[in-house]
Design a protein around this ligand. Structure first.
Ligand SMILES: *[C@@H]1O[C@H](CO)[C@@H](O)[C@H](O)[C@H]1NC(C)=O
Ligand SMILES: *[C@@H]1O[C@H](CO)[C@@H](O)[C@H](O)[C@H]1NC(C)=O
Ligand SMILES: *[C@@H]1O[C@H](CO)[C@@H](O)[C@H](O)[C@H]1NC(C)=O
Ligand SMILES: *[C@@H]1O[C@H](CO)[C@@H](O)[C@H](O)[C@H]1NC(C)=O
Ligand SMILES: *[C@@H]1O[C@H](CO)[C@@H](O)[C@H](O)[C@H]1NC(C)=O
Ligand SMILES: *[C@@H]1O[C@H](CO)[C@@H](O)[C@H](O)[C@H]1NC(C)=O
Ligand SMILES: *[C@@H]1O[C@H](CO)[C@@H](O)[C@H](O)[C@H]1NC(C)=O
Ligand SMILES: *[C@@H]1O[C@H](CO)[C@@H](O)[C@H](O)[C@H]1NC(C)=O
Ligand SMILES: *[C@@H]1O[C@H](CO)[C@@H](O)[C@H](O)[C@H]1NC(C)=O
Length: 897
């Protein structure tokens, strides 16, 4: 042992947190209950020592060794010491059961020339890649976790530990593995170098489109002092292979890179991230030279502008030598850009790329991510000025004009993170330009973390999309973004995460699965497309990802794992069904919070999200023949031709590409039905699926499979979702029934036999109020408390609701600005009470109106009703909230209404 520089027994102070707040995400390292033979073997094989090949504090390798120690303690209750072998580790090899963690280079230098251990070949590793060398169970060879670089070492360690923490034998589950000479070698290389997260954090501490609390980085115009949560975030991100975070909003505040205090603050964030191998990136504001630099211009070709950005970049690199790069949103939604000076977007991008090139290390130049989300303010009255066309129109002619360290960051679809969009055709046009896909983990248009929407199946539709033949070869998006298809050196993924100070990071426990999946898919976007083969060697299918996440996050019980996986996989199809089926986009309010339904808000407002719904038909005509021409933007002629015709367009994109009468029969395989009837059927089916989540989740509690804290939080979210799915369903079905005048074949739409409208009840202290849009209230009206005191609404339960046992649902409006309290009574006896405090419980954007965002349902089970009973709702207003009520409904078992 004399060759070891230091021997250190790290005291284990951590006891397992009693409360499961969600803050450890999937890195809980919980004990494996119900241990099987595999777990027993893994436990028995736990190393005696962890040998770490770097002794520099803050090195990701030290971090890796600490994670190993923490995990063996948590998962197997084994206390293992860490040996620092900075000079020579040969003496420990062969003599004791060891696990060695470090870079492949340092391993070969320090340990690899020994009778018990040979040199490892690292020639197959790319930067950030890693290998595991796992001895067979009866061997005395060391276990090796070795990275191509320090970051790769940490990735290899986390992925190894995440297998152990699921009770998996890494030697058996490893893909891409070879077994020789008594050990198994597994090699994993990232498919692409750009695996970034974008945070839309503002310097005031708010997060644009963030639903998980306040900024982890900023408050009151400055970088916060306590960056422990920032470091904890980096840990979570590193565990799934993320290597950089752009910490501020793309709608960037120039002040961030303008003052020495802020640059120092960014430096402190970088310091907090560095032990996890996560680098800092910064969003820049194109107009900074003028707005904060005192120049008269921000023309990208002006010499003074070039030297302004040189200066900024130099200052940043002086403080942050490993700065990842910049992100720029220019000429989009009111943001300044190069077009003001008649310069191209490429000239705009290259301005920053050259500053980065000049000041960053030559072997890892800073990267300029340039967003393709460029569009002008559109015309209110001209649907043919199609926003979907903008990206290809602007960027296609510039292909080949961007510098090598520019990556064009392309949203998955041509509009804006809708519930379904065709893959952006721009991917097919970037053949001499680096490209990355931009995904949203934060659920802006997808229920803002209050709706369970598991996103990998949506992402797969884009990653697996073939842009068509270019030079006779297919051009699949996943191969384009990795650089493989068009031989690009750079490329990858950018995920807009917007995690915040909430203990759950995202505002919901279940939403964490999307962050986990984002990292997995950014590491390997090529694997995991479901080829229908259960024995497929790809271990990152959407189902596999949710199963592994569930085991790590909640536990390994098969019922629990199946329940969460089934719910997750049904969730996006269900959400699509009740918010925007057949390719109409999410029919939310695009002028307000992007949360609840408001289909009429899509058209005629300059944002260009047309549905063109009128009394005769619905859908955008994006054909070349007679529409906006968007279909013709796909580089593959066969792809363009497929979308050109109603008959060959997939059903789920029908209304994206075509304007059709409501009576149009749906094309292709599937039920022979009309567009309007499908709209009704899908909305009813979607709401029924959401209702099933509530009962499936409740069954887990009955079997005690989950801790009470997280169980209750998720139960509340799913109940909210089920209620809001009905709000969506009724609003969208009511909208189309009203426009088209065509009745639902099954007579469900605008026909609610189990409801009692609040406005039809006997009111004391309540007055009627119209709701806007009217489709978001049952009957178009609600009631609000007229004064400050308690108000009541009563009704004799009609004979159409026979005596029996019901679920009693109450629909009310939960607004920002007050916490009204409510109680519901049968014959004066209280059967339930609640508070309108969604603003404290959910991270979603709030509303100050009675509308589809504030419409909320609460339900009480097993309510017994006898003939002639009276139902009363008592509401006590609070602040600006008037204890508004929409209706009560008595639902027999199995009725979702
Ligand atoms: C040890 O880690 C530090 C910090 O990451 C790094 O600068 C140094 O090069 C590493 N040393 C070796 C020998 O790998
Ligand atoms: C963990 O191991 C220690 C001895 O190393 C033992 O005393 C303790 O009971 C174990 N804890 C559990 C939960 O098994
Ligand atoms: C490393 O340790 C081995 C075995 O103890 C010894 O033979 C060798 O000389 C050492 N090498 C160095 C560089 O210290
Ligand atoms: C391995 O050891 C042999 C013999 O001791 C020596 O010749 C050789 O240079 C060593 N290789 C490395 C990479 O250290
Ligand atoms: C699989 O291993 C080979 C070397 O054996 C390596 O070149 C390749 O990059 C690995 N694949 C992945 C996806 O990591
Ligand atoms: C072409 O579009 C116009 C409306 O813009 C419509 O009136 C006409 O029916 C369409 N023709 C065909 C062939 O789709
Ligand atoms: C679908 O149903 C309609 C109306 O019943 C019928 O006219 C049409 O032939 C059917 N189409 C197919 C493909 O079965
Ligand atoms: C979505 O709606 C379709 C059409 O009604 C239905 O077949 C399907 O089962 C629904 N899926 C979910 C998950 O609700
Ligand atoms: C329900 O009513 C009880 C008794 O008045 C009260 O203590 C409790 O806070 C109420 N709960 C809610 C959620 O308002």
């Amino acid at each position: 042992m004399r060759f070891l520089l230091g021997i250190c027994l790290i005291a284990l102070t951590a006891t397992r947190a009693a409360a499961e707040s969600g803050i450890d995400a999937w890195l809980r390292y919980a004990p494996l209950n119900a241990p099987d033979a595999t777990v027993a073997t893994l436990s028995a094989q736990a190393p005696n020592h962890i040998v770490v090949l770097n002794a520099t504090a803050g090195s990701p390798i030290i971090t890796a060794s600490q994670e190993l120690q923490k995990a063996f303690q948590g998962v197997f209750n084994k206390t293992i010491d860490i040996l620092y072998a900075a000079d020579n580790c040969s003496s420990v090899i062969g003599s004791v059961k060891v696990l060695i963690v470090g870079t492949a280079t340092s391993f070969n230098r320090l340990c690899g020339n020994n009778s018990s251990s040979s040199l490892v070949s690292s020639s197959d590793l790319v930067p950030d890649g890693y290998l595991w060398q796992l001895p067979s169970h009866d061997s005395s060879l060391p276990t090796l976790l070795l990275g191509q670089n320090e970051r790769g070492t940490l990735y290899g360690t986390f992925s190894y530990l995440l297998e152990l923490a699921q009770g998996n034998d890494p030697a058996k589950t490893a893909s891409n593995a070879t077994t020789t000479n008594g050990h198994t070698t597994h090699i994993s290389n990232p498919a692409a170098p750009v695996r970034w997260v974008n945070q839309w954090d503002n310097l005031d501490g708010s997060i644009e489109r963030g639903y998980g609390g306040k900024s982890l980085f900023f408050s009151g115009g400055k970088v916060v002092t306590d960056l422990r949560r920032a470091a904890a975030y980096a840990r979570i991100l590193a565990s799934v292979g993320i290597n950089a975070v752009v910490v501020n909003n793309v709608n960037a505040d120039a002040a961030l890179v303008h003052t020495p205090a802020n640059i120092e603050g960014l430096g402190r964030i970088a310091d907090a991230f560095r032990p996890y191998g996560v680098r800092v990136g910064v969003s820049l504001n194109f107009a900074s030279p003028q707005s904060v630099g005192g120049l008269s211009t921000y023309d990208p070709l002006d010499k003074s502008v070039v030297s302004f950005w040189d200066g900024v970049t130099l200052q940043l690199y002086e403080r942050i030598p490993d700065l990842a790069g910049f992100l720029v949103k220019g000429d989009s939604e009111g943001q300044p850009g190069p077009k003001k000076y008649g310069r191209t977007l490429a000239e705009g991008a290259n301005l920053f790329a050259r500053a980065l090139r000049k000041h960053s290390p030559a072997d890892s130049p800073g990267i300029l991510m340039y967003r393709a989300f460029v569009y002008d303010q559109l015309q209110e009255s001209n649907w043919r000025a199609d926003r979907a066309n903008a990206a290809v129109t602007y960027f296609s002619p510039l292909d080949g004009q961007f510098d090598d360290n520019v990556v064009v960051q392309v949203k998955y679809g041509p509009i804006d993170f809708q519930v379904r969009e065709p893959a952006s055709p721009l991917f097919g046009h970037l053949q001499k330009t680096n490209a990355a896909i931009e995904l949203q983990v934060t659920q802006e248009y997808l229920g803002q973390q209050c709706h369970l929407v598991y996103l990998p199946p949506l992402w797969r539709t884009v990653l697996d999309f073939d842009m068509g033949k270019v030079d006779g070869e297919p051009s699949v998006v996943r191969d384009i973004i990795t650089g493989e298809r068009f031989n690009r050196l750079l490329g990858g993924s950018a995920g807009v995460v917007n995690a915040g100070t909430s203990d759950t990071w995202l505002g919901s426990h279940l939403a964490q699965a999307n962050l986990y999946a984002y990292g997995r898919m950014a590491w390997d976007p090529t694997a995991g497309h479901d080829d229908g083969n259960d024995n497929s060697s790809t271990l990152s299918t959407p189902r596999h990802i949710i199963e592994s996440w569930t085991k790590l996050t909640f536990g390994r019980d098969p019922t629990l794992v199946n329940t969460v996986a089934d719910m997750a996989l049904a969730s996006w199809p269900a959400y699509e069904n009740y918010t925007g089926n057949l390719g109409t986009q999410t029919l939310t309010d695009i002028l307000y919070t992007h949360f609840g339904p408001n289909p009429a808000s899509q058209d005629g407002n300059g944002w260009g999200q047309w549905t063109r719904a009128d009394k005769n038909g619905v859908g955008m005509d994006r054909t070349v023949r007679n529409g906006t021409g968007f279909a013709g933007q796909y580089v593959g002629k066969e792809v363009a031709a497929q979308f050109e015709s109603v008959e060959t367009t997939p059903r789920d994109l029908l209304l994206w590409f075509h304007h059709v009468p409501y009576t149009q029969r749906l094309p292709g395989p599937g039920e022979n039905t009309t567009v309007i009837q499908h709209i009704y059927d899908a909305h009813y089916a979607g709401a029924e699926t959401a209702a099933l989540f509530v009962t499936r989740w409740a069954a887990l509690n009955a079997s005690g499979l989950i801790d009470p804290e997280r169980y209750a939080s998720i139960a509340r979210q799913l109940a909210f979702q089920a209620g809001h799915a009905i709000v969506w369903r009724d609003a969208i079905c009511g909208f189309f029934a009203g426009l088209s005048g065509i009745a639902d074949r099954h007579d469900r739409v605008r026909h609610h036999p189990w409801r009692i409208e609040a406005e039809a009840m006997t009111l004391h202290g309540y007055t009627k109020q119209a709701v806007s849009p009217a489709i978001t209230a049952s009957g178009g009206q609600a009631i609000v408390a007229a004064g400050r005191g308690q108000a009541s609404a009563s009704a004799t339960i009609p004979t159409s609701i026979p005596p029996g046992v019901y679920t009693l649902a109450v629909n009310y409006f939960d607004l920002a600005g007050g916490r009204s309290s409510y109680a519901v009574q049968i014959n004066g006896k209280t059967i339930g009470n609640w508070t309108g405090n969604a603003e404290d419980v959910f991270g979603k954007a709030t509303s100050t109106h009675l509308d589809g965002h504030s419409a909320t349902r609460v339900s009480f089970l097993n309510v017994v009703v006898a003939a002639g009973d009276t139902v009363t709702v008592l509401g006590t207003p609070d602040g600006a909230e008037q204890a508004a009520l929409d209706y009560v409904s008595f639902l027999p078992e199995g009725v979702v209404d």
